[in-house]
Write a protein that binds this ligand. Structure first.
Ligand code: FAD
Length: 751
């Protein structure tokens, strides 16, 4: 094989032996016997700085469209397996949590995502998106991308540009090959380049293309129809390659059969043997008539820690979608107590940052209860029960997400019947729509769902209609997916509920649905009483795990603090001490009021004030009231009782009259703007108003008066005031004594 200009020979490339320890992920769609490389645990070292080009598929094993794309990707891998080591095809399952940071780093926001990395790529951002289309189209994309690498092509890559007449003249003088195959073709054709790449691993022959408008060579070889192939031997003979059909495979077969042409020795990167030590989760017994809390919590964990984590920063519509999602969760999700606290914290935190830009890292701190100020926890892994598939790649997350939203639509209606709040009919559906649109990794699923939502979601007029709308749309999806690649054979897609689950729901005669029975069934099935807590990890255990992780992070962070950081910490601490010396209790109170609801940073000109407002959160009170409703004594009896007494107490302290209507939108930005217009720094005031639902007017005016003064200022004022009063008093005493003296002296003289 002849090295092309700028290309090294394949034999040189062959010395690049990479010992790659890769592991097959549990739910992976691909197997080690395919000509693919698993990137698990080695993505950076494989894709970056490599002497090969790479086309990587980032997928999620639970994503139906990834399952549908699997045969195409496998066929492509087989089709171009002989192009290695010029170009490799690789896979990474982003559904596997151990890979999710890597997927985020490589900017993967939907599945499947194909990215091409040129040889010697330096950073993840150099990945070029390739559409997940047909085998032929992707193959042609690979060639286009390889051709773009003129300056540093993969050493093993043959020259893909057309050969010129002088190059052809000098070919055997410059190359140690027995043959040169020249393929004449239309400029738009890819066959010549495909055959050249098909011969990457073979020695003794080179393949070059000539395009139709290279008239000098076309005339010299007397070519009248395209494509046409010629074989030129080192001994000077030239012959027309006569094949039954002018196809890529026919050419490759012919060239590989030439005497002296043989496959070279290449150490190719493969799917390591370690991949076979896959571990599957234990089988969990599930009853199809129940809804498992473990599935719902898994959906929360995965959506918030994996799906949302794909976006390093959150703002605009995406942030709003997250905020709405969290809001419906904290309102209607029948969460266990510590999870409920966490959802409330996350909600307040997000609301305080509406219309800003937040980093996922900061939001993750809230999810991890980083400051440990309260007992708040979200499960740290997935544990599917009702949604466990017969194989790891089936069911799981999408199943749990559907279930979660069915539960939320039903819970919204349950909460409404208790009469405490009146949820908007489409509140849960809109939150789901926002989540799916902005975060659901299966992008094609999201597009389908969005189409359904656009069609008819606006027609939903009541909470019951919302329940039925979601059920009906889910059944449409079931119908579309019946028999698809993503279907778990053990859980066929059916029109649900089946007669076994709900005998009255569907008429046996004409299979029509009896909607009132369906609604009753859905309310019972996704109702609180039907939530099973088997396989749930105890919240105290989760909390313990959280503490351990927290301590480990703290230790690591301490080690990582550089001298520079230490210096700035000292300065910061000095300032803080100065500010807190006045009244240390005030900060304690503030921290208790909401562990995460840090106020936006103070304006640089502002100095801390001696007068600190109290955060009295009526919103919190309402949330606590909801608490009572949402976990009934049958689920968590002791907690439910504990909390009810607590809430009653709180409620008495905060009369309902002070509470703004819960569903009225609180426009924090507008308030901020208004205050700014009045010349008042809204940041300074925002602590009073961010607690949506309550505006502490008294606190606000007190707060306004203190603008511009620090505690130190005010302390000094008090001291000066005191000293000047003392001076005045002293002067007064002195003067009155002196006057008395003078009077006495006068009367003495008169006497
Ligand atoms: P799922 O369909 O996930 O159902 C989960 C559980 O809900 C079932 O076990 C059952 O108990 C219950 N259930 C079933 N039907 C209903 C119903 N009608 N009403 C109430 N409860 C029901 N995959 C694709 O390949 N293409 C897509 O376009 C696509 N779109 C999706 C859109 C959304 C919004 C979501 C969340 C998922 C989507 N999926 C799509 C995934 C797909 O719908 C399934 O979730 C996945 O294949 C797993 O199926 P499953 O067998 O676990 O049951």
């Amino acid at each position: 094989m002849m090295p092309g200009p700028g290309c090294w020979s394949v034999s040189v490339a062959a010395v690049f032996i990479l010992a790659v320890a890769v592991s097959q992920v549990r739910g992976g769609l691909y197997s080690p016997d395919e000509p693919l490389v698993s990137l698990a645990g080695a993505t950076r070292s494989l894709l970056l700085g490599s002497s090969s080009s790479w086309l990587a598929e980032f997928y999620a094993s639970w994503c139906g469209h990834c399952a549908a794309f699997r045969p195409t990707w496998s066929a492509l891998a087989r089709d171009v397996q002989d192009w290695r080591p010029a170009v490799y095809l690789a896979v990474l399952d982003c559904a596997e949590e151990s890979n999710s940071n890597t997927c985020n780093e490589f900017g993967v926001t939907g599945y499947p995502t194909l990215q091409f990395f040129k040889a010697f790529a330096g950073s993840p951002s150099e990945g070029v998106r390739v559409p997940a289309s047909s085998v032929q189209e992707i193959r042609q994309h690979i060639i286009d991308r390889l051709e773009e690498q003129k300056e540093s092509p993969p050493p093993a890559c043959p020259p893909l540009e057309p050969i010129s007449a002088p190059e052809l003249e000098q070919f055997f003088a410059n190359n140690n090959e027995a043959y040169l195959a020249v393929i004449f073709e239309d400029a738009k054709m890819y066959m010549g380049r495909e055959v050249a790449l098909d011969m990457v691993q073979y020695e003794g022959v080179s393949v070059r293309r000539v395009v139709k408008d290279q008239t000098d060579l076309v005339e010299k070889f007397n070519v009248s129809s395209f494509p046409a192939g010629f074989l030129i031997s080192k001994n000077g003979s030239t012959s027309r390659i006569n094949l039954g059909e002018e196809t890529r495979s026919a050419y490759a077969k012919f060239l590989r059969s030439l005497p002296g042409v043989q496959r070279g020795k290449h150490a190719l990167i493969g799917w390591s043997e370690t991949s076979l030590v896959a571990t599957e989760s234990p089988k969990r017994q599930a009853d199809s008539a129940k809804v498992y809390m473990a599935d719902l919590e898994s959906a929360l964990h995965y959506s918030l820690r994996v799906e949302v984590a794909r976006f390093a920063t959150l703002d605009g519509e995406r942030l709003k979608a997250l905020s709405n999602f969290i809001n419906v969760l904290r309102k209607y999700f029948p969460a266990r107590p510590y999870l409920r606290t966490l959802l409330n914290s996350a909600n307040s935190w997000l609301r305080a940052r509406a219309k800003t830009k937040v980093s996922y890292k900061d939001f993750e701190d809230v999810l991890n209860n980083k400051n440990q100020a309260q007992k708040a926890v979200l499960s740290s892994d997935v544990r599917y029960v009702g949604c466990q598939g017969s194989k790891p790649q089936f069911r799981g997350f999408p199943c749990s997400l559907w279930t979660l939203f069915h539960v939320l639509t039903v819970q919204a209606s349950e909460v409404a019947t208790l009469g405490r709040i009146r949820p908007a009919p489409r509140e849960v559906l809109l939150a789901m729509r926002g989540y799916v649109q902005h975060f659901f990794g299966c992008r094609e699923c999201a597009q389908h769902f969005e189409r359904m939502a656009q069609e008819s979601m606006r027609n939903v007029r009541s909470l019951d209609e919302a329940i039925v709308w979601l059920w009906e749309r889910h059944n449409r999806v079931n119908k579309r997916l019946a028999g698809a690649q993503s279907e778990d054979p053990a859980f066929p897609k059916v029109q649900w509920p089946t007669a076994a689950l709900c005998p009255l729901c569907q008429s046996k005669a004409d299979m029509s649905w009896n909607l009132p029975s369906v609604l009753d069934f859905l309310k019972a099935h996704f109702g609180k009483k039907n939530l099973a807590d088997e396989y749930l990890e105890d919240e105290e255990v989760l909390l313990e795990k959280q503490k351990t992780a927290h301590n480990a992070t703290q230790k690591r962070d301490k080690r990582d603090v550089t001298d520079e950081e230490k210096k700035s910490e000292i300065i910061q601490n000095r300032d803080d001490t100065e500010n807190t010396l006045d009244d240390p209790r005030e900060d304690d109170d503030e921290e208790k009021s909401d562990a995460y609801d840090k106020k936006p940073e103070a304006h640089p000109h502002q100095r801390p004030s001696i007068i600190k407002m109290k955060h009295v959160s009526h919103l919190q009170v309402e949330e606590e009231i909801l608490d009572l409703d949402s976990y009934g004594p049958n689920m968590f009896p002791s907690r439910s009782l504990q909390d009810s007494s607590l809430h009653k107490g709180n409620h008495a302290l905060h009369p309902k009259t002070l509470v703004e209507p819960r569903d009225a939108e609180f426009d924090e930005a507008a308030v901020r703007d208004r205050l700014l217009k009045r010349g008042v720094d809204a940041n300074y005031l925002i602590g009073v108003v961010v607690e949506r639902g309550e505006v502490n007017w008294k606190g606000r005016w007190v707060k306004m008066l203190e603008v511009g003064f620090s505690r130190l200022d005010i302390s000094l004022c008090v001291v000066l005031y005191f000293l000047s009063s003392m001076c005045l008093l002293a002067m007064y005493l002195y003067m009155s004594l002196r006057t008395r003296c003078l009077r006495q002296r006068c009367s003495y003289l008169q006497v």
